[in-house]
Design a protein around this ligand. Structure first.
Ligand code: SAM
Length: 282
């Protein structure tokens, strides 16, 4: 699941934030505030007939709320000891077929060959922070994309993804190109055991699809975005000079982008327009 050069870039999540949660094995901060588990389960607004894929069920606090929706749950847990405990705690649900427990690292879970059907499943997770970036990227860019993802992530990550301060980043653009992210609720560190050193937020990414890339090449789009953010201090026009100074000036005029704009000031749709006007090849 390592980040490849050509696609959307979610690597900054892991690099910037993973160190803050060092200490708890496998990112094991279990939910003690049941309201948060309920809020996350409700946030997903799961529809009849949809399957819920839970990542890291742990001791089952969220699993319980997800099963209460009446939908089938597939839960993938890496810790074999916890899988054993879950089998005991949810014996009835596994026998009835409501819950399928998978003892596996989510990074080895093959979405393509699973029974999940594109657009008719939802990912729900109190995510292990150390693999947040990989999980978001894997599912947003999967051939079989989920309809939505409801994730408990570090508050700073959620705020960066929605560009709360009005400043876009490679991360926010990478997510918004595939779906519509919003913060549903803040969850303070006191709702976990052991408590992490940061607060969390429930992030919902809805309307997941690849329609944004119907008229623009995915790898060209991200090539331009990455080049645009190469140096944060520089104006966007300077960062994009690698595509030809005159070419870039012409494209800026055609897109209505100021030559004084910085990469973080440019919204998603303008990046697409730029990608089209610059005429860059993949
Ligand atoms: N869902 C539970 C809750 O809300 O209380 C536990 C959440 S805890 C933050 C993260 C869970 O993910 C742990 O149970 C941990 O063992 C599991 N986990 C960590 N890395 C994993 C991986 N690579 N694949 C699957 N599960 C993983």
């Amino acid at each position: 699941m390592r980040q490849k050069g050509k696609s959307a870039d979610f690597s900054t999540i892991t690099m910037r934030y993973a160190r803050k949660t060092r200490g708890a094995r496998l990112g094991q901060h279990f939910l003690t505030g049941q309201w948060a588990a309920r809020a996350l389960a409700r946030a997903a607004e799961v529809r009849a007939g949809e399957t819920i894929l839970e990542i890291g069920p742990g001791k089952g606090a969220l699993t319980k709320e997800l099963l209460a929706t009446g939908n089938k749950v597939v839960a993938v847990e890496k810790d074999e000891v916890l899988v054993g405990q879950l089998e005991d705690a949810f014996a009835h649900e596994t026998t009835s077929g409501a819950l399928t427990l998978v003892s596996q690292d989510i990074r080895n879970f093959d979405v393509a060959s699973s029974n999940l059907i594109a657009g008719t499943y939802v990912v729900a997770a109190n995510i292990p922070y150390y693999i947040t970036g990989e999980i978001v990227r894997t599912f947003l860019t999967a051939k079989k994309q989920p309809r939505a993802m409801a994730l408990l992530v570090q508050k700073e990550v959620a705020e960066r993804i929605i560009a709360r301060d009005g400043k876009e980043s490679i991360l926010s653009l990478s997510v918004k190109a595939y779906g519509a992210p919003k913060i549903v609720a803040k969850v303070s560190r006191g709702n976990f055991s052991p408590p992490p050193s940061v607060d969390s937020a429930i992030l919902l990414i809805e309307n997941i699809s690849r329609t944004f890339f119907v008229d623009v090449d995915e790898s060209v789009f991200f090539k331009i975005v990455r080049a645009g953010f190469a140096s944060k201090r520089k104006f966007l026009v300077s960062n994009l000079c690698v595509f030809g100074k005159e070419n870039v000036s012409r494209a800026f005029a055609a897109c209505g982008i100021s030559e004084k704009a910085r990469a973080e000031d440019v919204p998603l749709e303008k990046w697409k327009l730029l990608a089209l006007k610059l005429g860059v090849r993949s």
